[in-house]
Design a protein around this ligand. Structure first.
Ligand SMILES: Cc1ncc(COP(=O)(O)O)c(C=O)c1O
Length: 362
């Protein structure tokens, strides 16, 4: 079986975890601080606050940016559900704008349409899906024009760039996930990134029970802290992130050149961005996506369907008065299929993937 994802954990990570365990300082401490510093340096951002997951990072990014009860937050209907749940956890109301036909990221045109039809939208939460940056020129123009708070969900976009600037440094705040399938991992974990000192200090307070001085609680906060054990893994993984991403991009280039099946549309990549291929996502023509999925399963090639339903169509939101129909999303969700592109793929595995895909017929 060729797996759709595989974390690359080396002896460095194992040694680093053992060192933390031997130190006895298992919970949040100096290793977390070092990871926060290294991560913000990597992105060329001013501040980073480590959290327990990408989901908690998103919730805190929103809350620390001043989003709360009753605020309307515009977001994409085509993402992992956490990007919408975080808006709800903040007490705010999600509204959706359809995606771009080629990149599958939220479309600037549909954002503008939504802003014209709903006047009181306070924030925009974008997702750099599959490792490709949204069109930040257009998005920054819109956020300026409409005076919106901008939150970036970078759970799938560690190291991705738009015109040489790293995803996660454009908005008021950004959130990263370090779940094991991501471009780098800490086991579970997340990071809030911001260039604004007030947002960073509020985020720090919120993830630690609103407490600056021990047992004096200024706000009702949470325990969303990262552990030193996770941060030790993160420090090792961060050193390897550029190499992981280069390997992902080389794997993607190999697929671009060698997948020739006319039933498959290769991923579109904007020349203005640097795609880090969290996923390599094919579009399958002629209603054959599910047939291709069965065929890949039979040939022991792992695949993923990200995502089979739009977010507003999820059962858990059946009683919410969300608009449920987004024409581009509703079509794309039936057509996309992601194949393994992770840096642990061997040459043989990549050749097998190409051979199997090129052999797929109606
Ligand atoms: C786009 C997106 N947002 C948020 C998350 C949530 O991250 P986590 O699983 O670390 O909570 C994920 C992770 O799957 C994601 O893909």
């Amino acid at each position: 079986m060729i797996y759709i994802s595989k974390p690359l954990i080396g002896q460095e990570e194992i040694d680093a975890v053992i060192n933390v365990i031997k130190s006895g300082a298992l919970a949040s401490g100096s290793v977390v601080t070092e990871f926060e510093n290294e991560f913000s340096n990597y992105l060329k951002a001013s501040y980073a606050v480590a959290t327990s997951s990408g989901t908690t990072a998103l919730e805190i990014a929103l809350k620390a940016s001043g989003i709360g009860k009753g605020d309307k937050v515009l977001t994409t209907p085509f993402s992992f559900i956490a990007s919408t749940n975080a808006i709800l956890y903040a007490g705010a109301n999600p509204v959706f704008a359809d995606i771009d036909e080629k990149t599958y990221n939220i479309s600037a045109d549909s954002i503008e349409k939504a802003l014209i039809s709903e006047s009181d939208i306070k924030a925009l939460l974008i997702v750099h899906l599959y490792g490709q940056s949204c069109d930040m020129d257009k998005i920054l123009e819109i956020t300026k024009k409409y005076n919106l708070v901008l939150i970036e969900d970078c759970a799938q976009a560690h190291g991705a760039e738009w015109k040489g600037k790293k995803a996660g440094t454009f908005g008021d705040a950004a959130a990263f996930s370090f779940y094991p399938t991501k471009n780098m991992t800490t086991s579970e974990g997340g990071m809030v990134v911001t260039n604004k000192s007030e947002i960073a200090s509020t985020a720090k307070l919120l993830i630690n029970h609103g407490m600056e001085t021990r047992y004096y609680h200024q706000r009702i906060g949470y325990n969303y802290r990262m552990t030193n054990i996770s941060a030790a893994i993160g420090l090792c993984q961060l050193k390897k992130l550029d190499l992981f991403n280069t390997t992902r991009r080389k794997n993607a280039a190999f697929f671009d050149t060698n997948i020739t099946n006319p039933k498959l549309v290769l991923p579109y990549t904007s020349l203005d961005g640097k795609h880090v291929y969290h996923q390599y996502t094919l579009k399958v023509k002629d209603g054959l996506r599910n047939k291709l999925a069965d065929y890949l399963h039979k040939h022991e090639v792992g695949y993923g369907i990200y995502y089979p339903l739009s977010i507003p169509q999820q059962h858990c939101y059946r009683n919410f008065d969300f608009n449920k129909n987004y024409p581009v999303t509703d079509r794309i969700k039936e057509e996309v299929l992601s194949i393994p592109v992770h840096p642990a793929l061997t040459v043989d595995e990549k050749e097998t993937i190409v051979k199997v895909l090129n052999g797929f017929q109606e």
